[in-house]
Write a protein that binds this ligand. Sequence first.
Ligand SMILES: [Zn+2]
Length: 196
Amino acid sequence: MSVTIEKLLRDNGVILEGHFLLTSGLHSGLYFEKFKILENPKVSALLCSKIAIHFSTSGIEKVIGPTTGGIILAYEIAKQLGVFAGIAEEPEVGKRIIKRGSGIKEGERVLVVDDVLTTGGSIRATIDAVLERGGKISGVAVLIDRSEKSLNLDYPFYAVYSKVVENYPQEDCPLCKKNIPLTRPGGKKAVPSAEC
Ligand SMILES: [Zn+2]
């Protein structure tokens, strides 16, 4: 499974190799350009179908994703599962809320989805937002899991593609020591401690 998915990601320019400054402020030799997936409906739909199939018998009633990429994925996965989608917005850093649309009913079975898992900050904040509204977490899924440590969630977890990627603080970065030029990918400004 992973070899085919990896080829798909490489062929579509999602997996980049080099020397990157992540949003977290850490350096890494590998970067996942998630917008190469999100801007491509065909690739997005294909990757989302893996998640939809995985959770097809879990009785999911709503799919919730955090802004920005999570909205697109939640919509596509909800479409494939034949349920509604919702958005977890971030009115302040680290805090997410579900305020638009029909919200979440008490006890509703929710699948939380996101694009790339690095530290799990967005996922955890989205889970909290669902629980706060009385929802029940039936599963958590991401397209790409690049986390160094397991999230240790109490819910069924699924990643379409997993790759353990080492990140380095600047002072310990082997790529800096080799004088490889540092690039800052993605649209977000690099801020220490922010979610990647
Ligand atoms: Zn470096």
